[in-house]
Design a protein around this ligand. Sequence first.
Ligand code: HAM
Length: 432
Amino acid sequence: MTIAKIQSVRGMNDILPDEAEFWDMFDEIIRSWLKSYGYRPLRLPIVEPTPLFKRAIGEVTDIVEKEMYSFVDSLNGEALTLRPEGTAGCVRAVIQHNLIAQQPQRLYYMGQMFRHERPQKGRYRQFYQVGVEALGFPGPDVDGEQILMGARLWDDLGLDGIKLQLNNLGQPAERARHRAELISYFERHGEELDEDGRRRLHSNPLRILDSKNPALQELILGAPQLIDHLGGESLAHFDGVQQVLRDAGQPFEINPRLVRGLDYYNLTVFEWVTDRLGAQGTVCAGGRYDGLVEQLGGKPAPACGFAMGVERLIALIREAGGETRAAAVDVYVVHQGAAASRLAARVAEGLRDRGIDVLFHCGGGSFKAQMKKADASGARFAAIIGDDEASAGEVTLKPLRSFGEQPNVQMRVTVDGLADEIMDCILNWEES
Ligand code: HAM
């Protein structure tokens, strides 16, 4: 009888070591980039009460209507959901712990999000986001700063060709007036709408503007524009953001059709888009959400943020030929014989004490077999200990990679002098 293998859930991927090491390096770059802008980390639950997302993201959005992994806690009947995004949870935590009572906050989080979408390249049911939120800042300066943070990161990651799209969604009252005009416009052209459009006509007519259906494009082009309904303050905010971008020499395109799939936005919205990833080309997206803190029960506070899709960014780095293998360890410890193995374990720990990365051979085998493994590990050196070395209190140090001008020869070193010898070699190697 064959036993059926259990596979991972469709759209949820394992990240195997070669890739995961690269993800770790990516995380490090992200953390130091965020630190350089004064953002501080938050670790948030993956599961939140379902009403949080309904209230924050909006009942008639695609995410809430059909993409949430929701379930009832069988122990207490509570409606719960695997987070489809991080802004709602972040704002919930900020309110719950009164984080912005004294001063504004710049916060970030990293981790898995869950959306029951149709999986395809760049679109998964479990995916990772880096989310960046600034709470308590009303001005366009912070919107501008957040957008420019993206530009710096693309540069740090060696990515080019990521284009910035910008729009301004105004304030709720301005949107309401525009919405009423949109509905009457689409009603007048009801027979030209597709099924999706007819469904959204009264629930979320703005989303019709985002339709990819070629048959609708002409109709969409002639639709009333939100920009014509914006008042002085909204226009001034928009000008302020554009000024920051122009001052920094950051090119952008104003896209009046950029409406975003979450309901909490007002004023600035933006997306960073590449054409190198096929259909799922948005690597980073966000905007201002001044009403959300109050909507979730907090004291009114302005806010603004964005999130990046990690899988998409990593695919882009790969596509650009970025290094995808993390550096191997420094030393592979090869050993044989009882006394030699005990000494080897001590040697390995001693090297680690000095900050040297060590792979200690496990599983026995001949010297020849172990040396093969040492070579395949990518380590720079093998530290070899047999009976002979053990009785002399020494180690044979064999370079596995040629380095600099120095001859690639092995040498005997005392156990106590080993770390210094390795550090000297590495230093010479890096200088040459
Ligand atoms: P979002 O546009 O829904 O915004 O997602 C942000 C980014 O997450 C997208 O641009 C994309 O790179 C990535 N992403 C979204 N869905 C998937 C998926 N199914 N598979 C792979 N990647 C995906 C938000 O989530 C907002 N919370 C952003 C924000 C933060 N706005 C203000 N603050």
